[in-house]
Design a protein around this ligand. Structure first.
Ligand code: GDP
Length: 456
């Protein structure tokens, strides 16, 4: 990719549609637009941000379609460069032909994500916002959509930026002390420095901890539904998925395989597997299903163990309860069929830390939803409005920053030279900068000179 090139691509999905949009970005956008678009009224280039109607042509003059052109003059565009958008009719061949005309007029095909990459490079967007844009386009649950929107609005990037600026301020202060010990710089004393570092560490850790919520929403919790035959596993699965995905039947052993689906339970995303009943079986096909179920339980982060609360425990139920004691993930005993008279002895479930009562057949699964939200969403955190870490990369960078700050404090308290504190604080700042994709050196120098009259 070269920023010298002017790039173009079809920005709407492939296939038939009412309209399609071809986007162009780069220095030659004006000329290219003028070569392929002949306005019937006002000239779009002379009137940025105003829709103009006209003919779409090949540079040879052959008319291809009628449509709308919009021009955005740099830097007031998505990419920060001159950008044009041509809307034509949405036939796949027609759209391709219009794109070809734009390429003939001087553009080169954009690579995947190139418009966003240019926006990043031109400072129109922070890295976290670009990631949020990707998540927004992929969002398939309300929770994921809300989280991505908050990211696009810059909730996380602003929070990280504020932490970064604090780190920068502290670091510039230490640098000044190290490099110019004789100057009267009015900089922080050791006690003050320690307080500032501790406060920053606390806030970095607090932000990093939001990954628990971000993870549950964006990544999703690996979940397995298990339980004795006919407890209502398939019925619960269907209630969560919202359609008849698993076969519900009264005949024991009909769920033969591990189905899997991404569903939302409240704001939490569950990556859900419905497994075959955990029971001994002679049936070879079902045996495979049971083995897979065993494997899935071993791997799962969340195990929803469904019990038929309207029946007394049989041998299969007792075996399952024993098996669950060895599970590493979080186990929830889901007492199903609450619409019937309860017969299951609940004291048998004493080893399971979470118990909820539901009726999958009637769709009463609210207690399960509330428990799962309590388990995975941080209390008081609003995924629509708060800064929340939304992917593993962001989380890893914040953890690195926290570790470095911790070491900086240790070095300070042990009275090791300020150089050591400096190295760690620099690492912390660089890790924080990395969240938003920043280079740090220039910022430190700017901060140093803005706060201290060094070298006057
Ligand atoms: P699985 O073998 O654990 O997957 O169980 P299914 O989901 O196939 O359900 C077994 C039977 O229990 C079916 O006849 C369901 O209609 C019934 N069932 C499931 N959930 C409930 C419930 O909440 N209440 C009642 N009364 N019946 C249920």
């Amino acid at each position: 990719m070269s920023v010298i090139d002017t790039v173009a691509a079809v920005s709407t999905p492939r296939g038939k549609g009412g309209i399609a949009v071809i986007r162009i970005s780069g220095e030659s956008t004006r000329e290219i637009l003028q070569r392929v678009f002949c306005p019937r009224g006002r000239d779009p280039v002379a009137h940025p941000r105003h829709a103009a109607f006209g003919e779409i042509r090949r540079p040879t003059g052959e008319v291809l379609d009628e449509g709308i052109a919009l021009f955005f003059a740099a830097p007031h565009s998505f990419t920060g460069e001159d950008v044009a958008e041509i809307s034509c009719h949405g036939g796949p061949l027609l759209t391709e032909t219009v794109l070809c005309a734009v390429l003939e007029a001087g553009a080169v095909p954009a690579s995947p994500g190139e418009f966003t990459a240019r926006a990043l490079m031109n400072g129109k967007m922070q890295l976290t916002e670009a990631e949020a844009l990707g998540a927004l386009l992929d969002a398939d649950t309300e929770g994921r959509l809300a989280l991505a929107r908050a990211g696009m609005e810059g909730r996380l990037s602003h929070a990280v930026q504020a932490l970064y600026e604090r780190a920068c301020h502290i670091l510039a202060d230490i640098f000044a002390k190290v490099d110019f010990p004789d100057e009267d710089l009015n900089s922080m004393g050791t006690e003050e420095l320690s307080l500032a570092l501790s406060a920053l560490l606390h806030d970095v850790r607090t932000l990093a901890a939001t990954w628990r919520t971000g993870y549950a929403v964006a990544n999703g919790v690996d979940t397995v539904i298990c339980g004795p035959v006919n407890a209502g596993k398939s019925t619960l699965y269907n209630a969560l998925v919202g359609r008849e995905a698993a076969i519900v039947t009264d005949v024991a052993g009909t769920t033969r395989d591990v189905l899997s689906e991404t569903v939302s339970l409240g704001a939490v995303t569950l990556r859900l597997s419905d497994t075959a009943g955990l029971r001994e079986t002679e049936d070879a096909v079902e045996r495979i299903g049971v083995d897979r179920a065993e494997e899935a339980i071993g791997r799962a982060e969340l195990v929803l163990a469904v019990f038929d609360a309207s029946r007394e425990a049989d041998a299969g139920t007792l075996t399952l309860i024993e098996r669950l004691k060895k599970v590493e993930g979080t186990v929830v005993a889901v007492l199903n069929k609450q619409d019937r008279t309860p017969r299951l002895d609940r004291t048998l479930l004493a080893s399971i830390s979470h118990v909820v009562e539901i009726s999958a057949a009637t769709g009463e699964i609210e207690p399960l939803k509330q428990l799962v939200e309590r388990l995975y969403l941080q209390e008081g955190l609003d995924i629509r409005h708060d800064a929340i870490v939304a992917n593993a990369r962001q989380h890893a960078a914040l953890v690195r920053a926290a570790e470095a700050l911790d070491r900086a404090l240790e070095a300070l308290h042990e009275g090791i030279s300020l150089d050591a504190v400096c190295v760690e604080a620099e690492l912390a700042m660089s890790a924080l900068g990395g969240v938003n994709g920043r280079e740090v050196d220039e910022d430190i120098i700017a901060e140093l000179f803005s706060h201290f009259c060094v070298g006057k």
